[in-house]
Design a protein around this ligand. Sequence first.
Ligand code: NAD
Ligand code: UFG
Length: 346
Amino acid sequence: MTKTLLVTGGAGYIGSHVVVELVRAGYCPVIVDNFCNSSPRAIQRVEHLVGQAIPVVRADVRDSTAMLRVFKDAQDSGQPISGVIHLAGLKAVGESVTKPLTYYENNVYGTVKLLDAMDQAGVASIVFSSSATIYGAPEHLPYTEGHRVSPVNPYGHSKAICEQVLKDWSICGGGRRAVALRYFNPIGADHSGLIGEDPRGVPNNLFPYITQVAVGRRQYLTLHGNDYKTPDGTGVRDYIHVTDLAVGHVRAVEFTQNQQGFTAVNLGTGQGTSVLQLVEAFEKATGQQILCKIGPRRQGDIAGAWADVSLARELLGWKAQRTITEMCADGWRWQSMNPEGYGQEV
Ligand code: NAD
Ligand code: UFG
């Protein structure tokens, strides 16, 4: 029987790519999303891309009644949910500093309520969207999963607390199991250009800023500092193609089938790329010019961050495949085909 998986936040940037890769791998995803940071159009595009309808429920993961109904409906239809991929959450670091309670309520309370609904429905397996941000300032690079957890903002704390909640939940038996995937910097888009990242307002992150400059929505890119102790002075990060990241979720689901308790795994490429190197790679891959201006450092930024990816390889049998050039070309295909993203909600 085809396995049915619940994907919370499945209309979002990463979630939509996860849904596509789940279908490609033969799973039946069911999406729950409250669309607080996404558009139903993303799901229409996913359906077009995979050539089948995807069940979607507009609900908040904190709404126990709605969540229990999702599990029960699946059970009653003869396609019980066998596991959950939990991507629903808020992710803007700056906003989390000004609205900490909103972040703890959505991310932490949302995860607690979801686990409670899973317990009531007898669903014991969860894959969780964590973040490299939980490591904080690097004691050593690359970050291994054993690196100290020391977040520096409420968003990072909310993810670290969720990991602790998942650890405690998973070790209380009953076959419970949880995998926290610590994402590095997902960029790019599905090769089709049909789905991609569509930030609301001014992008916080580098890559969507670059693509919006290229498409004419922004005049220039501000380099947040060029005096770091890095080869060219700009910040270095571990950019990973969002499709590789999505495939990592499929591998994590497979891993949970033979595992007990809690496991945290980095998902990155293991390679560092500076801001200037990414701009250069984008220009080369797309033929677009990106006007850059040097600005001051961004508060809270670190010079460099990249992953040790050996555990992902060992436990999940997963390794990122796509190059920076492919990340740039695919991300540009999405942005140039959809200059305004998904546009207005239908
Ligand atoms: P996104 O905002 O595009 O997707 C999140 C989705 O969750 C959205 O569709 C939103 O509407 C939905 N959502 C939020 N709160 C909800 C709730 N209470 N109930 C139901 N739906 C809700 O973000 P993304 O970039 O796709 O990130 C997905 C996950 O990965 C998030 O948990 C984020 O914190 C984590 N993450 C993202 C990155 C990144 O760079 N994008 C890095 C590390 C971790
Ligand atoms: N940068 C610029 N100009 C911009 C935006 C970013 O120079 O307009 C620089 C930053 O200073 C940094 C690099 O580009 O050196 C990457 O910045 P991002 O904001 O794209 O990524 P971060 O690594 O700072 O953070 C992101 C998410 C976090 C997540 C982390 C690790 O915002 O939530 O990746 O996954 F935790």
